[in-house]
Design a protein around this ligand. Structure first.
Ligand SMILES: NC(=O)c1ccc[n+]([C@@H]2O[C@H](COP(=O)([O-])OP(=O)(O)OC[C@H]3O[C@@H](n4cnc5c(N)ncnc54)[C@H](O)[C@@H]3O)[C@@H](O)[C@H]2O)c1
Length: 316
């Protein structure tokens, strides 16, 4: 079994990572629905151009694709784009939820619009396309080789200011992916998420040191988005054994995240907790979690919360 002949929907497939995913899937022989609203990085506006131009690129290379310019943030629209893929190509086998926006948001300064737009695209949109595909899969019954690839972010797994809401929506994507893996396995669906790092317009507004780190490099360029698409192809491939996992992907590096883990335990020995008892028992629990965090440039060991955060409280 291979990807050839399978039907794939790539949301946000008109630019950046999604464009690379659509091209890679088409080159592997999939029939691709290239969805893209064509909005701004912060979620405003729309333009049919990006989706249509990727379809034209695929067709020029001899592949099969159609464009869809609906917004994933619209529940009915997201269902219609999945139904459109099924109407055009007879099925949906591979769902790549890639569409996403990023808005600066820090507590005390965020607006309702920051929340509504971010949650609608990054979280509701992913839920809606998965719901639409699952409805079709439930109706048609079990079949091997179905795959969902959702796009989380290193920021979702290590939340960071000043993109608090973005981070939370991406954590939600990881949680949705794990739920889907548990729920949809009997229908032959594997669901995994990626936490990519690549040079796209999403870097607009990033700190200058990050932009510099992601700049093009001579020879092998780890920041080129094409590398992430190979991981998407692998996760879409019927031979891939993984489900319910989150993979960090940057250049030629692949990282596998651990889920939240109930790593430490305290007990009050069958007695009702009191604040005093909790203070005593929790003295044995670490204040910091030592972990691997993923940032452009690779993974780094870090304590969460950092010493700076604990010191800020201690030094008041
Ligand atoms: N570039 C990175 O380093 C990076 C890091 C972590 C996560 N991501 C995630 O990767 C995904 C792709 O981002 P990118 O970096 O390629 O950015 P990008 O802005 O180049 O591409 C995102 C695409 O999604 C489309 N889109 C936005 N809202 C949409 C909607 N409502 N409906 C349909 N399409 C919509 C946009 O028009 C755009 O073409 C996003 O989910 C992003 O959060 C990217």
């Amino acid at each position: 079994m291979s990807i050839a002949g399978k039907v794939a929907l790539v949301t946000g497939g008109g630019r950046g990572l999604g464009r690379e995913h659509a091209l890679a899937l088409a080159a592997a022989g999939a029939k691709v629905v290239v969805n893209d609203l064509g909005g701004s990085n912060t979620g405003e506006g729309g333009d049919a151009g990006p989706a249509q131009s990727v379809v034209a690129e695929i067709e020029e290379l001899g592949g099969i694709a159609i464009a869809d310019t609906r917004s994933v943030a619209d529940w009915a629209g997201a269902h219609a784009m999945v139904d459109g893929a099924i109407a055009a190509f007879g099925d949906i086998d591979i769902l790549v939820n890639n569409a996403g926006i990023s808005r600066i948001s820090v507590f005390g300064e965020m607006s309702e619009q920051d929340w509504d737009l971010s949650a609608a695209v990054n979280f509701k949109g992913v839920t809606a396309t998965m719901n639409a595909a699952a409805a079709h899969w439930r109706k048609t019954g079990p079949k091997k080789g179905r795959a969902i690839i959702n796009t989380a972010s290193p920021a979702g797994l290590h939340p960071m200011p000043p993109i608090n809401i973005y981070s939370a929506t991406k954590a939600a994507v990881a949680a949705l992916t794990i739920s889907a893996a548990l729920e949809l396995a009997p229908l032959g669906v594997r669901a995994n998420a990626i936490a990519p790092m690549a040079r796209t317009r999403m870097l607009e507004g990033a700190p200058p040191e990050m932009i510099e780190m992601m700049a093009p490099r001579e020879g092998f360029d780890p920041n080129s988005p094409e590398h992430v698409s190979q991981v998407v192809l692998f996760l879409a491939s019927p031979n891939c054994p993984f489900t319910g996992r989150v993979f960090g992907t940057w250049g030629d590096d692949l990282y596998l995240f651990n889920e939240w883990s109930a790593a430490h335990h305290a007990s009050n020995g069958g007695q009702k907790w009191t604040v005093d008892a909790l203070e005593k028992a929790s003295a044995e629990l670490p204040r910091q979690d030592h972990r691997w965090t993923l940032f452009p440039g690779g993974r780094f060991e870090a304590d969460m919360p950092s010493a700076d955060v604990l010191n800020a409280l201690a030094n008041l």
